[in-house]
Each structure stands twice: as structure tokens, then as C-alpha cells.
Design a binder for this molecule. Structure first.
Ligand code: G4P
Ligand code: NA
Ligand code: NA
Length: 190
């Protein structure tokens, strides 16, 4: 997606060989015009599918997911990150291991908002090691929902999450796929 790639080149800050900061339009301040284009592009990528629900995770997945939901006319549900490992009755939950923070977090979604009748697309802002995406797949599977695929704003293709999950059969559409962040420069796959 050219508009997104241009924005990353113009405003993204390469913090290291593995971390890209995009807080001016995605992770802190949000550019709603760009988010609208992202929602439309994601809907186009999945125009061959019926989708009844958009599933994401707080906080930075919510903006792109909501604009997709608006285009599709489908509700958006976001997994909550819980501090406590205490399980509550009416929740689907999954463990998400964060390599960056070296901790395991529980994420959860109310059983009221996801069911076996749903055809789900899973959205997130970044795909790195794929742990968050795996947790969301786990939750959708617990609900018995049909997983249509995933939509990612920025994939870091030099990390293993995307390849691993595609090999397991998950369809993943990423709007910008980064090949390298070496030497302070963002390089994309075509
Ligand atoms: P990890 O296994 O390497 O930890 O990656 P994971 O995909 O679990 O991501 C952990 C958090 O870091 C997620 O946000 C993810 O979106 C974000 N992230 C991963 N790589 C990058 C990067 O290069 N740049 C930026 N800006 N974020 C990255 P989160 O902690 O859940 O935050 P938020 O969604 O509340 O913003
Ligand atoms: Na995220
Ligand atoms: Na994030």
C-alpha cells in the first residue's frame, strides 16, 4: 500500500535494527484519513470473503480494525490485556508471550461477542514474532468461529511470525512488509 509505505518513510523512526517507531500516525497519534484508506484496502483484500466480525487487540489494533469494520458494516471486538491471570467464567482467554518485554500476558474476549456463527478477520498494527496474532487465532478457535484470515498494517518480514503462521495455513494480508531496518533505513519487500 503505497500511501502507507510513503508515510512510514516520511515519519517512521528506526530505533534499532528491529524496532520501528510510528507514533505519529499509528501507535500514539492516529491519522484517521490514513486509517480510512487502510480500512478500505483491507476490505478490498478480503472482498472475496464474507466477514461477520473483526477481531483485534488493544490498543493499537483498534483504529485500523474499526475503519475496516466501518467499511464492512461488521462489529469490531478487541481482546483485552489483563494483568491478572484469574480466569473469569464468561471469557475466552489465551496466553501471549512477549519477547520484547519477556513476560506472558493473558488476553481475553467475552463469550458474548464471538461465536461459532462468526466469520472472523483478525487485525493488528504490527506483526513481529506473531505471538499476539497466535493468541487471537487461539481465541477465535475457542469460539468455534471460522477464521477468514488476518490483516496487518506493518509486518516485520525479517522476523519469523508471518512465515510461521502462513506455513500453518493462516492467510495473512499485510499492507507494508518490512525487509530490513538496517543502517537506520526502512526497506520493504515488493
Ligand atoms: P514480540 O513478540 O516481539 O514482543 O512482538 P509482539 O508481536 O508480541 O509485540 C509486542 C508489542 O510490540 C505489540 O504492541 C506490538 O504491536 C509491538 N511491536 C512489535 N514490534 C514493533 C515495532 O517494530 N514497532 C512498534 N512501534 N511496535 C512494535 P503492544 O505492546 O501490544 O502495544 P499497543 O498495541 O498497546 O500499542
Ligand atoms: Na498491537
Ligand atoms: Na503496538
Amino acid at each position: 500500500m503505497k500511501l502507507l509505505k510513503d508515510k512510514i518513510q516520511q515519519e517512521g523512526k528506526v530505533l534499532s535494527d528491529v524496532v520501528l517507531k510510528v507514533d505519529s500516525f499509528l501507535n500514539h497519534q492516529i491519522d484517521p484519513m490514513l486509517m480510512q484508506e487502510i480500512g478500505e484496502e483491507l476490505a478490498n483484500r478480503y472482498s472475496d470473503e464474507i466477514i461477520t466480525k473483526v477481531l483485534t487487540i488493544e490498543s493499537s489494533g483498534i483504529a485500523p480494525a474499526t475503519f475496516l469494520g466501518l467499511v464492512l458494516g461488521a462489529p469490531v471486538v478487541f481482546a483485552r490485556k489483563r494483568k491478572s491471570l484469574t480466569l473469569t467464567d464468561n471469557l475466552y482467554s489465551a496466553q501471549v508471550h512477549s519477547f520484547t518485554k519477556n513476560e506472558v500476558n493473558e488476553i481475553s474476549v467475552s463469550k458474548n461477542f464471538l461465536s461459532a456463527d462468526d466469520r472472523v478477520v483478525i487485525i493488528d498494527d504490527f506483526l513481529a514474532n506473531g505471538e499476539a496474532l497466535k493468541g487471537l487465532v487461539d481465541i477465535a478457535q475457542q469460539a468455534g468461529a471460522h477464521i477468514v484470515g488476518a490483516g496487518i498494517v506493518i509486518e516485520k518480514g525479517f522476523q519469523q511470525g508471518g512465515d510461521k503462521l502462513r506455513q500453518e495455513g493462516l492467510r495473512i494480508e499485510s499492507l507494508a512488509n518490512i525487509k530490513s531496518l538496517a543502517n537506520g533505513k526502512v526497506e520493504f519487500f515488493d
